[in-house]
Design a protein. Structure first.
Length: 79
């Protein structure tokens, strides 16, 4: 087998998949939401979820470290 046949047989990801694999951060761009300066585009359902966690933590319904951990986990899973 020559080097040219090995190169031709390799599988290459499509160009748009390669860009998304790096992490451009705009994969939720088509969802309605708001654009925040440091965070980027945030869908409304994410804003509502994090606001609810903040209110529940401030009101004492759940402890604030639990609210922070859940919010951080949610933010990381949405990336």
């Amino acid at each position: 087998m020559t080097d040219s046949t090995e190169t031709e047989n390799r599988r290459h990801p499509p160009a748009d998949k390669a860009v998304n694999a790096v992490g451009d951060g705009d994969h939720h761009r088509d969802e309605p939401g708001i654009d925040l300066p440091l965070v980027g585009h945030v869908p409304y359902k994410s804003v509502a979820f994090v606001a609810g966690l903040g209110i529940a933590g401030a009101a004492g319904v759940i402890e604030w470290p639990v609210a922070a951990a859940v919010g951080l986990g949610y933010a990381l899973s949405r990336r």
